[in-house]
Unconditional design. Structure first.
Length: 336
C-alpha cells in the first residue's frame, strides 16, 4: 500500500505557476517541503539510531538516563524556530499576494451559476450598450481573455449556490458566494506568460458540476486591445494570424477530424486554420500529456476559424476537440 501511494505521488506532476502570485506561493510550498523533509529525516534518523544502538539484549540493560536539560532545550528550541520562520514567511507571502493594485489593468465581474460562468468586463464608461460579457454553457465553456503583465481583478458572485473559482496553474481557489449572503469575494492576479490555462468549479454544485469549466487566455496587451475592441463592436473576436507564419490546416466532419497527424515548425508561432464542415460545435486544443498548451475558440456552426498558436519546442503533442474528446477527434501534432 505504501509503495502504491509513493508511485501515485510520483505520477502527480504539479502545474507550473503562471502568475506572479502563484510563483510566490510555489516558493513558499517548496520551503515548507524542504523544512518538513529535514524534520522527517532528522526524527526518523534518531528513531533508527535508537533502534539499532539500544536494541534489546538478554545480558544487560542500556545505561539509564533521567533528564537532560540540554536535550530538552534543543528539542524545544528547534521546532519553535521552525514555526516562527514559517509564520514570518507565510505572513510575508500572504501580504504580498493580497495587496490590491490601485488601478488594475482589467476588472471583471465573474458570476457563477448552475452550471457555467459569465465574465462581465467593466470598462468604466457607464454605457451598458458596449459592455463585453462572455457567457458559457456546459457544451461551450467560456474563455476569459486577459492581458499578460497587468493586474487582473475579479469580483466573484454566484447567482444560486456556492461555487468555487479554481485555476490550477494559478495555485488559487476562491469561493463564489451567492448574492445576499455577504460581500463578494475578490481575486487579483497577474499572468506572467501568454497561454491558455484551464479552470473549473471546485465546489460540488449539482448535477453538471463536472461540466462547469472555463479557461483563461493570456495574450499580449496589443492582442487584448484588439480582442476587446472587436468584442465591443459585436464581432466574434479571434486571434490574428502572425504575418509569414506557417499555416497548418485541419477540418472536421461527421464528428471526426480529416487527419490524425499534423506537423508544425518548432519554436515559432504558427496559424492553425480549422474548418468545421457541419453544424455541430467543434474546436481544437493542444496538450502536452495532461497539460493544456492551447485551447481554440469553439466554432458552433459550419465555417472557418484561424487560431494563432505560440511556438512550441520540438516534440510530439496531442490535438483534440474539447467538445468531442473521442478517438476520431484526436491526433498527434509533431513539432520539428
Amino acid at each position: 500500500m505504501l509503495l502504491a501511494a509513493l508511485l501515485a505521488a510520483c505520477g502527480m506532476v504539479p502545474p507550473e505557476p503562471e502568475t506572479r502570485e502563484a510563483k510566490e506561493v510555489y516558493l513558499l510550498y517548496n520551503i515548507v517541503l524542504v523544512m518538513g523533509l529535514v524534520v522527517f529525516v532528522g526524527v526518523e534518523g534518531f528513531i533508527v539510531y535508537a533502534i539499532v544502538r539500544y536494541r534489546r539484549r538478554d545480558d544487560r540493560l542500556p545505561t539509564q538516563m533521567h533528564g537532560n536539560n540540554l536535550i530538552e532545550l534543543v528539542w524545544t528550541a528547534i521546532p519553535t524556530v521552525i514555526v516562527l520562520v514559517l509564520f514570518v514567511l507565510s505572513t510575508l507571502t500572504l501580504t504580498s499576494i493580497s495587496t490590491r493594485a490601485a488601478n488594475p489593468g482589467v476588472t471583471i465581474e465573474v458570476t457563477g451559476f448552475q452550471w457555467q460562468w459569465t465574465f462581465h468586463y467593466l470598462d468604466g464608461d457607464g454605457d451598458a450598450a458596449n459592455d463585453v460579457s462572455v457567457t458559457g454553457s456546459p457544451a461551450t465553456p467560456p474563455v476569459m481573455v486577459v492581458p499578460v503583465g497587468e493586474p487582473i481583478r475579479l469580483i466573484l458572485r454566484s447567482a444560486d449556490v456556492i461555487h468555487s473559482f479554481y485555476v490550477p496553474a494559478f495555485l488559487v481557489k476562491r469561493d463564489v458566494i451567492p448574492l445576499g449572503e455577504g460581500a463578494p469575494n475578490e481575486l487579483e492576479f497577474t499572468v506572467s506568460d501568454p497561454g491558455t490555462y484551464a479552470g473549473q468549479c471546485a465546489e460540488f454544485c449539482g448535477l453538471l458540476h463536472a461540466r462547469m469549466t472555463f479557461s483563461v487566455e493570456g495574450v499580449t496587451p496589443a492582442e487584448y486591445d484588439a480582442w476587446f475592441a472587436a468584442a465591443q463592436s459585436g464581432a466574434t473576436p479571434g486571434p490574428t494570424p502572425s504575418p509569414g507564419s506557417a499555416v497548418v490546416k485541419l477540418s472536421a466532419d461527421q464528428i471526426a477530424f480529416d487527419t490524425h497527424a499534423l506537423e508544425a515548425p518548432a519554436d515559432q508561432p504558427f496559424t492553425l486554420e480549422f474548418t468545421n464542415n457541419e453544424t455541430v460545435p467543434h474546436n481544437v486544443a493542444i496538450y502536452d500529456g495532461e497539460k493544456e498548451l492551447f485551447r481554440g475558440d469553439i466554432l458552433s456552426t459550419a465555417g472557418v476559424i484561424s487560431y494563432t498558436v505560440e511556438g512550441l519546442p520540438p516534440g510530439e503533442y496531442t490535438f483534440i476537440c474539447n467538445i468531442h474528446p473521442v478517438p476520431d477527434m484526436t491526433g498527434t501534432l509533431t513539432v520539428r
